[in-house]
Structure formats: C-alpha cells, structure tokens
Ligand binder design. Structure first.
Ligand code: A2P
Length: 279
C-alpha cells in the first residue's frame, strides 16, 4: 500500500500533522515481540507508533523503526512521561532517558501519562522542551475537563492532544466533545478495541455490521473511531491483525451503523479512573 497517499492525517492545533491511525504497544513485551510488531506495522504502511516509558519497550520500538529501513523523520513517534518522574520533578531527565532508549534525538509527541501530583510543574518542563525544539508537540493523557481547565489557567500553550480511554463500550463522548468543541484539542483513543480484557470484538452487532462491508469487528471499530474524528492506536502483536487493522480506508460506515456502534456504550470504564488512580 502507498501509505502516505491513503491514510488520513490530522493537523494538530500547533500545525504539526499526525497519521490518524497508529500502532499502540501497551502490553507488547520488550524484545522481539515489540521489534516485530513495529516492523510489521511500518511494512504495512503505518507511520505512527505510540509507546510510553511505562510500557518498558521504548528500546525495542527504536530498534523496530531502524530495522524497517525508514528514515526517522518518516515515522511519527509518541512517548509519555511516567508518574514517578512527574511526582519527583524529573521531567527533563526522564525525557533524556526516553530519547536514549528510543535511540533518537527528538520526539514527535511527548505526553503527560496521568495527572499525577506535580503534573503542573511537569507541563512547565515540557513547554521548555517544546520551545527548545526537542519535541515537535506536547500533550496530555487521562485529563478530565477540570484538569484541562486548570491547565488552561496556568499555561498559554495548549496540549495538542488528550489521550483518553474510548471505545464502543466506553465512548467517553462528553469528554471527546469537550476537547473537540471548546478547546480544539484532538483526542486519541486508548484501548480503542476495548482493551485485552473485554469481549467487545465478539459482539454480534459488530459482526453483523462487518458482514455488510466484508470487514472484521476490529476493522469496524477502527473505522468508527476514524469517522468520529478520533486518533486511534490499536494494539496487536500478530502480523495479520496489524495488517488487517490498517486495511480500513476503503469503506465508509453509514450514519445508522455509526449510531448502532455508539449505542454499545455501557458508560463503564475498562481502565483506571483519572480522578482516582493508585499508581
Ligand atoms: P493481540 O495483541 O493478541 O492481537 P486495544 O487496542 O483496545 O488495547 O485492544 C487490543 C486487543 O485486541 C488486544 O488483546 C489484541 O490482541 C486484540 N486485537 C487487536 N487487533 C485485533 C484484530 N484485528 N482482531 C482480533 N483481535 C485484535
């Protein structure tokens, strides 16, 4: 596939463009599994990899990118500042460590992973990194509306994205609408397929919709995210699934199917609550 011709790009609020579909590597073990997943994804046409310090696989992500033969600048790389560094006021050191692990000299998108105590200071340090052009864009994850309001009150620099839990079983639509509407902050969905512990992908409604378009449940869900304007980073360690998850640019869900997928919402989170987490 001619990656750059077909995949949608999102222009972030600082003018930087990000591929709307990326590979997520949460819970992908460091070593050959991550190296292979990244290589297979880049071979299939992905140009966006989403990792984090806490995933403990940045070194393998870097290796996978190098082994792909692509130039560093052709791949959009996101990593995230973990909570221990936020609490200890070690943003700059943690950033340098991530660069070393990834084997790169800049990050495309650097994110606060959770609103851990001290995140306001961390944001100041990230602003400095941004102004020094060590990162092309900065943003947050797991920020609720009140966190975003506080951030707005202390900083003139807007986050480019808020990466939050969002899937058909927990659409988080109010927060998505708040980010897209008032703020012009793009939303990235984590656990976009419902994560590894749910049975979302065996839902019969998704199978029924998929049949109409000759697509799998996973492809239907990824397409749903794309059409609702969300940046989506499904995870898989299997080559055929990684390829399948990228084969979503040749069909369009009807409004009715979009609504039927959103109606699977249970309002219950799969992951932790940003207002009450203990890690
Ligand atoms: P695996 O890595 O074994 O393929 P999320 O992105 O929401 O965190 O969900 C990822 C989960 O969905 C993982 O358990 C992953 O398992 C599985 N998965 C990813 N892509 C597909 C697919 N195309 N078909 C079925 N399961 C998938």
């Amino acid at each position: 596939m001619q990656a750059d011709m077909q995949q949608p790009m999102v222009k972030l609020n600082n003018g930087v463009s990000i591929p709307q579909l990326g590979l997520g590597v949460f819970q992908t073990p460091d070593g050959s599994e991550t190296v292979d997943a990244v290589r297979w994804a880049l071979q299939a046409g992905y140009r966006h990899i989403d990792t984090a310090r806490a995933y403990k696989n940045e070194a393998s992500v870097g290796q996978g990118i190098r082994e792909s033969g692509l130039k560093r600048r052709d791949v959009f790389v996101t990593t995230k500042l973990w909570n221990d560094a936020i609490r200890a006021g070690r943003t700059r050191q943690a950033f340098e460590e991530s660069l070393d692990l990834l084997g790169t000299d800049y990050i495309d998108l650097y994110l606060i992973h959770w609103p851990a105590q001290g995140w306001q200071k961390a944001w100041e340090a990230m602003e400095e990194l941004y102004n020094e052009r060590r990162v092309r864009a900065i943003g947050v994850c797991n920020f609720e509306q009140h966190h975003l309001e506080e951030l707005h009150s202390i900083s003139s620099l807007k986050p480019v994205v808020n990466q939050i839990e969002s899937s058909p079983i927990f659409t988080n639509q109010e927060l998505v609408d708040y980010c897209h509407g008032n703020l012009r902050v793009d939303v990235e969905a984590w656990s976009p397929l419902g994560g590894s512990g749910t049975h979302l992908l065996s839902n019969s409604k998704l199978a029924e919709i998929g049949e109409k378009y000759s697509k799998s449940a996973a492809q239907v869900v990824i397409r749903w995210h794309l059409q609702r304007g969300v940046i989506v980073i499904p995870k898989s360690t299997h080559q055929e699934r990684i390829e399948q998850n990228f084969d979503v640019f040749d069909f369009e869900l009807s409004d009715e199917d979009m609504a039927a997928i959103a109606a699977l919402n249970t309002g219950k989170r799969v992951g932790a609550d940003p207002n009450n987490f203990n890690f």
